[in-house]
Write a protein that binds this ligand. Structure first.
Ligand code: AMP
Length: 174
């Protein structure tokens, strides 16, 4: 079975995407390989460290790919946190700052109940703005976050400093 190093080797660096100066971490070579994809899901599921998980929460959009498969593995529910304007029911919203301007994410207000044990999953932690907004939503709903888990962490951007006291896990760190 492949390990985290095999995942790291498969991530493709794409310079200057989506704009000059950004090195985009392309995970599609992992998704497209059955052994590597299964390994990524197994390692993300292990970040729950054996704790019971009620719901795996995924962040729009690449986070959904991993979170849904992890939820299946943990026999947990799946909850999407989506970009503003996509969810049909009553929502809570958290905004965050981008390089230029602001963005917002939303969760259905009844998607998570107080005290539920949550694994929050996204593909990549960069500056941490997106994940911090997701954490704020879960904190407002009084969820118990077991871990905030990423396939990839760009550690040099120090995004984990925005995530407060929560347990943070990453499979591949740069
Ligand atoms: P941030 O809010 O800065 O932590 O950005 C995190 C979100 O942006 C994640 O959901 C990633 O999918 C995406 N992202 C940011 N930087 C990169 C990068 N260098 N390569 C791929 N995705 C990225």
């Amino acid at each position: 079975m492949p390990d985290a190093n095999a995942l790291r080797s498969a991530v493709r660096d794409v310079p200057d995407f989506p704009k000059p100066g950004i090195v985009f971490k392309d995970i599609t070579p992992i998704l497209g390989n059955g052994d590597l994809f299964q390994t990524s899901i197994r390692l993300l599921a292990e970040t729950a460290r054996g704790s019971h998980i009620d719901k795996v929460v995924g962040i729009d959009a690449r986070g959904f790919i991993f979170a849904a498969a992890v939820a299946d593995r943990l026999k947990a529910g799946f909850v999407p946190i989506r970009k503003k304007g996509k969810l049909p029911w009553k929502t809570r919203e958290a905004s965050y700052t981008l390089e230029y301007g602001e963005a917002a994410v939303e969760i259905h207000q009844d998607a998570v109940h107080p005290g539920e044990k949550i694994l929050l999953v996204d593909d990549l932690l960069a500056t941490g703005g997106t994940a911090a907004a997701a954490v704020r939503l879960l904190d407002q709903l009084k969820a118990e976050i077991v871990s905030v888990s990423f396939l990839i962490e760009l550690a040099f951007l120090e995004g984990r400093q925005k995530l407060g006291e929560h347990e943070i896990s990453s499979i591949i760190s740069y």
